[in-house]
Design a protein around this ligand. Structure first.
Ligand code: SF4
Length: 370
């Protein structure tokens, strides 16, 4: 399996918690930027020859904020330069308030077959506090436009003043509006973002409170029919994100655009986060890469374990042995002994973190790093 990621770094405005590479107010650069993305695709085509890509993901930023023809043009270039599987999953992130019937028509004609909507919360008060540029009604309208489509809704927990009733409202609204998949993330107050001052002032719920919200949300989502297949991701059976599953299975992916990362042939490389630098590099026929790292065998083992243990399917012992030529139990003996009560092994030879400990997996995985 392999995936293609395209980063669209434009947004209507900057959310108060946002640490992603996004440039509000620069939407006017979108056409020039996408011309660079097309060129980068061409530049990298040779190194991907022979690979079949199963997924494409337009992330951001807000991909739905730029002219839809640029997305359609991008799909055309991808098909010209890369081999896409016939049933490829092609996802576009969209924010409520940026979709129109015409946009959706163009996306579907271009082959987009999955959408991801940033709802975050079903309360206009919470949305305003987050600095989101949309309302709950905008989300409902976007869902109407996507009627019959496969789409995800993003929800957040750990927000200032958020009650469990708010979280419940968000999950139930997403279900009512037709979401087949829900991503549930805890707010991370990143240093340098405006919301960080709320954190410093002690206005955000503490870690234990958020863990409690998560456990209740997990139970609620299960009752609503969404099963948890990764710590933050819930879906109706058959509607898991194939693109993200490929990341967690440590499959290869190639990323285009500013700040995009790739993992190909045992190397991980990342493009510059600076929009001007990115454009300059591409216009002068240089790769815009700022980090380029060959992953050592030891790091590869840890990565494989760390990613697999985030998921409900866990780690396949036989696959591990085939990949690395050693036994998982021998390589991570101490960590396994220390965390024995949190980890289980299925009779199919899969190792996974028990349901009740999945949310605190980071505390467990630290031991695997030693
Ligand atoms: S829409 Fe997403 S990428 Fe854009 S500013 Fe908000 S959180 Fe950041």
């Amino acid at each position: 399996m392999a995936g293609i990621y395209i980063h669209i770094p434009f947004c209507k405005s900057k959310c108060r918690y946002c640490d992603f590479t996004s440039y509000p107010g620069k939407i006017g650069f979108a056409e020039a930027y996408m011309a660079c993305v097309y060129k980068e695709m061409k530049l990298r085509a040779a190194e991907c020859r022979g690979r079949v890509f199963d997924t494409v993901y337009f992330g951001g930023g807000t991909p739905s904020v730029i002219d839809e023809k640029l997305i359609a043009g991008c799909m055309k270039r991808i098909r010209e330069c890369y081999l896409l599987a016939e049933n490829a999953e092609i996802t576009l992130e969209a924010n409520p308030g940026t979709l129109t019937a015409e946009k959706v028509r163009v996306y579907l004609a271009a082959g987009i077959n999955r959408f991801s909507l940033g709802l975050q919360a079903a309360s206009d008060v919470l949305l305003e506090d987050l600095g989101r540029a949309h309302t709950v009604a905008d989300f409902e309208e976007a869902c109407t436009l996507l009627k019959g489509c496969n789409f995800n809704a993003d929800l957040m927990i750990g927000l200032k003043g958020q009650t469990f009733a708010d979280i419940q409202k968000g999950a139930e609204l997403a279900k009512k509006c037709g979401a087949k998949h829900i991503s549930l993330y805890a707010l991370t107050p990143e240093d340098g973002t405006p919301i960080y001052s709320d954190y410093l002032n002690g206005e955000l719920p503490d870690e234990d409170e958020v863990a409690g919200q998560y456990e209740k949300a997990y139970e609620l989502l299960s009752r609503l029919g969404y099963y948890r297949y990764e710590v933050s991701n819930f879906a109706f059976p058959g509607f898991e994100s194939r693109h993200n599953l490929n990341y967690w299975r440590r499959g290869e992916y190639i990323g285009f655009g500013v700040a995009a990362s790739s993992f190909m042939a045992g190397r991980r490389f990342t493009n510059t986060r600076d929009l001007d630098d990115y454009i300059k590099c591409i216009l002068t026929d240089h790769y815009p890469v700022v980090d380029n790292e060959e992953i050592s065998a030891e790091d590869a083992k840890f990565e494989k374990v760390m990613l697999a243990l985030r998921t409900a399917e866990g780690l396949d012992e036989a696959e591990y042995k085939k990949l690395f030529g050693s036994e998982f139990y021998n390589d991570f003996k101490d960590a396994l002994l220390k965390n024995a009560r949190c980890i289980e092994r299925s009779d199919k030879g899969r190792i996974r973190i028990k349901d009740e400990f999945l949310y605190v997996q980071n505390r467990i995985l630290v031991d695997f790093l030693q």
